[in-house]
Structure formats: structure tokens, C-alpha cells
Design a protein around this ligand. Structure first.
Ligand SMILES: *[C@@H]1O[C@H](CO)[C@@H](O)[C@H](O)[C@H]1NC(C)=O
Length: 214
């Protein structure tokens, strides 16, 4: 139900934007803040694949719901909500400064972007899965935002890394592709070494305007 509501919000926002030139969503795309509560697609900078999940479990490792990189831009299974870490209550529209801990909740299945010491299926790095749900989350869902460049808060189209707090693995993807079940999807995993393959940016989505902005 909540997933449906979120998707409805996206549709409403799109319509509102087209007809009213809404002050809420009319800020220029560039420089728009990625605030708490925003619903975003994360684009892998080098390959342009989007962070994706769906109800297909891993056949190895934890057996939890798989997270992959998916090339198609228009896919509702690539939407994630920017949420506060456990034990804190951020409001919709709060900025996300560099170094913040966030959780990313998959809109369709309500599970959290998660990582742990299981091996990823293709490259044997850290497995990244989708796990838990609205009432179930743990510190394995915590990711630290590291902004590349000079911005002090997370902006749309800004190059960022997300570092998994428990394992220190950066959210990573690369050209290694699955050739069965999720054919054409590429592996997403955690890698502790900084590289160009762990850079992402927030692309399509519904961005709640920053509260501090005039
Ligand atoms: C963000 O924080 C990281 C360390 O967590 C640092 O390396 C980086 O330079 C910072 N980025 C900005 C834009 O200040």
C-alpha cells in the first residue's frame, strides 16, 4: 500500500509539474538538493546503469533479495527513498550533509539496501542485498554519504559514494553481467577500495524541496 502511495506521489508530482510549473518542483534540475524523504534513482556514473532490486533472491551467499544494476531508465523497481538512520527522525526536506548516515528503502518491496560479509555472486566482493522491511531494519542498512567535489550537501547530479558503515565497502558496480535469471543486469557489490566504479549520482526522482531554501 505504501509503495502504491509513493508511486502515486511520483505521478502526481509529474502532473503538477507539467500543468502548474509548480514552485515546489520547478527549481532547476541542476543543484537541486537530494533531501530526506526524496524518491530517487541512483545512477552508476561510469556505466549509467540504475541501482535496481526486484523479488529475485540470490542463488548464492545470503539468499536475500538481489540488488543489481539495470540499464533501462524507466523502471519502477529502481526507485529508492532516502531515509534517516535508525534512532533519528529527520523530516521530509531536511538536507543530507556530507558524512551523513542514510538508509535507502526500495519503494516496490519496502526492503533496505543492505550489505554484510557474504560474497557477491560474480566477483566475490561484499554482497549487497535488499533486506528487512518497514518494521525491520538494522545497522547493516546504514550507508555513509561521501560527496565528491565541493558541495556540502547532497545535490542531484552530484558525484557521490555510499560507504557501508559495518563493512567499509563502497557501493560498487561494474561491467560484470549476469547471464541467467537476471540476464543483462550487472553486479552490484561492496568494495573497500575507492575507485571510479563506486561513484553514483541521483538521477530521476521526486525531490522534496530543501526546507532551508527560500
Ligand atoms: C566529504 O567527506 C569525505 C570524508 O568522509 C571527504 O573525503 C570529502 O572530501 C568530503 N567532501 C566534501 C565536498 O567536503
Amino acid at each position: 500500500m505504501a509503495a502504491l502511495l509513493s508511486l502515486a506521489a511520483i505521478a502526481v508530482a509529474a502532473i503538477f509539474h507539467n500543468f502548474v510549473g509548480s514552485p515546489v518542483f520547478a527549481a532547476s534540475e541542476e543543484g537541486k538538493e537530494v533531501t530526506h524523504g526524496s524518491v530517487i534513482k541512483l545512477q552508476h556514473e561510469r556505466t549509467k546503469f540504475r541501482l535496481h532490486s526486484h523479488e529475485v533472491p540470490y542463488g548464492t551467499g545470503s539468499g536475500q533479495q538481489s540488488v543489481t544494476g539495470f540499464p533501462t531508465v524507466e523502471d519502477a523497481n529502481s526507485f529508492w527513498i532516502v531515509q534517516s538512520p535508525l534512532g533519528t527522525e529527520f523530516q521530509q526536506g531536511d538536507s543530507v550533509p556530507n558524512g551523513s548516515i542514510v538508509r535507502l528503502q526500495h519503494v516496490r518491496t519496502r526492503k533496505w539496501l543492505h550489505s554484510h560479509l557474504h560474497q557477491s555472486p560474480i566477483s566475490g566482493n561484499l554482497e549487497v542485498s535488499a533486506f528487512g522491511g518497514d518494521g525491520q531494519s538494522d545497522s547493516g542498512d546504514h550507508w555513509k554519504l561521501e560527496i565528491e567535489g565541493t558541495a556540502s550537501v547532497w545535490l542531484r547530479d552530484q558525484k557521490v559514494r555510499l560507504r557501508h558503515v559495518n563493512t567499509n565497502g563502497y557501493l560498487h558496480s561494474h561491467d560484470k553481467k549476469y547471464n541467467r535469471i537476471v540476464t543483462g543486469h550487472q553486479e552490484v557489490c561492496g568494495v573497500t577500495k575507492k575507485s571510479s566504479d563506486n561513484i553514483w549520482s541521483a538521477a530521476e526522482g521526486v525531490y522534496f524541496p530543501a526546507k532551508s531554501a527560500a
